[in-house]
Design a binder for this molecule. Structure first.
Ligand code: NAD
Length: 376
């Protein structure tokens, strides 16, 4: 999937013009919040768009919901009425190349099943739109490369929907890792699991790319990299040097036909940090722990949309109140990145890094737990 069959070269060139002229590259901001919030079009109107992103876009200040891309036109028209945008801003996956002619939309947020992310991200880039892509970025590193190349060529920004980077307890983890209150965080562990008991796209390798590792194990990978990175200067590409992994025996082979039901893996970092993690679609777990020589911190639960709890050996950390919406913070930050011409703290390169790590974990599991080096 290296280019969208939907987008033509003409629309790609048009996209370049739109990127330079109507979006302003880099945009020149005025002091304070600019007059017009950037327009966001959600691509894929499933559970995450409906339950989290659309409500968050009522709270954002730097961007607002101005369009949709959906396979169901009636649903799109109902969204237009509900969110107050014109019917002309309802697109299908087949017509999204025409976004190139629509100045209402500055950002496309891709929220479709994982296998479709490359096609939709590349189509949005060719239409000259900045892009947020949900995690995991794609099903392979090769697809991530194609997405990054398309966004670079179209001179649009790309970020990944890593909402927790904007969450105060995870920001405290980042601070502790970098400022070293407890010493370097060297011993890491975590787990994330929930139960799937019917056939949905998340258990189909062709659409999901894999099982729980792709979908939720990726949160442990994210937290581990955040905890182990004592420097932070090149965090988007900071990665372990090696991993080892073992797939769990399947209790529901009928359901988990071509994806793992669960997997346990370890990560080994160059600076001596190391961790052990697990993820499963047949259980319930949500935690992360990091220990240094002088203290520890523990998240339970670690990764939900709200209600994250953090304890440390020094007591309850002083963090701000949990935000009403992690996603609103995440999308507002991206809109400001676009306006101010700066890189997102969760750029496409970070989505690619995580795919490099996940591919190494799968290779190790396939090789019976062999140590596999990670080269980002
Ligand atoms: P979902 O199944 O609820 O929605 C997927 C949408 O894509 C549906 O509207 C569906 O109609 C559409 N679609 C288009 N083509 C499709 C096809 N060929 N097969 C199936 N559906 C198709 O899924 P979701 O939970 O909204 O997840 C969507 C994406 O968002 C995934 O990449 C997922 O990993 C990500 N996600 C991220 C978070 C987060 O916290 N960042 C949370 C949930 C989901």
């Amino acid at each position: 999937m290296h280019h969208s069959p939907l987008a033509t070269r003409r629309s790609f060139l048009g996209g370049l013009a739109a990127g330079a002229a109507t979006l302003g590259w880099p945009a020149r901001g005025t002091a304070g919040e600019p007059e017009r919030p950037l327009g966001v079009a959600l691509c894929g109107l499933g559970n995450y768009s409906r339950g989290q992103l659309a409500p968050a876009l009522r709270l954002t200040r730097a961007c607002a919901l101005r369009g949709v891309i959906t396979g169901n036109r009636d649903k799109g028209l109902a969204w237009a009425r509900e969110f107050g945008f014109p019917e002309r801003n309802v697109y299908s996956y087949a017509t999204m190349a025409r976004l190139v002619d629509n100045p209402d939309i500055d950002i496309v947020y891709v929220v479709t099943p994982n296998a479709l992310h490359p096609e939709h991200v590349i189509a949005a880039a060719w239409a000259g739109k900045h892009v947020i892509c949900e995690k995991p970025m794609a099903n392979t590193v090769a697809d991530c490369n194609a997405m990054l190349a398309a966004c670079r060529a179209a001179r649009v920004r790309l970020s990944i929907g890593y909402r927790l980077h904007f969450e105060p307890h995870h920001r405290e983890l980042r601070r502790l890792a970098r400022e070293g209150d407890f010493g370097p965080l060297r011993r890491l562990s975590g787990g994330l699991a929930f139960t799937i008991n019917r056939r949905v796209w998340r258990v189909e390798k062709a659409l999901a790319g894999g099982g729980p590792l792709m979908d939720i194990g990726i949160y442990c990978v994210q937290a581990a990299c955040l905890a182990a990175d004592t420097d932070g200067a090149a965090h988007a590409t900071f990665a372990p040097v090696a991993v080892r992994a073992r797939e769990h025996p399947k209790r529901r082979a009928d359901l988990f036909r071509d994806v793992e039901e669960g997997i346990t893996w370890s990560m080994e970092f160059a600076n001596g940090a190391a961790g052990e993690f697990s993820t499963s679609y047949n259980g319930g777990e949500d935690r992360f722990r990091a220990e240094g020589e002088r203290g520890w911190l523990e998240f339970a639960p670690a990764f939900p949309y709200g209600g994250i709890q953090l304890r440390t050996s020094a007591g309850a950390p002083r963090v701000g109140a949990a935000p009403e919406s992690q996603q609103a913070l995440q999308m507002d930050d991206f809109a400001r990145c676009v306006r101010e011409g700066r890189e997102s703290p969760v750029p496409g390169e970070m989505g690619r890094r995580d795919m490099v790590i996940l591919e190494a974990i799968y290779r190790s599991a396939a090789a019976g737990g062999a140590r596999v080096e990670v080269k980002v």
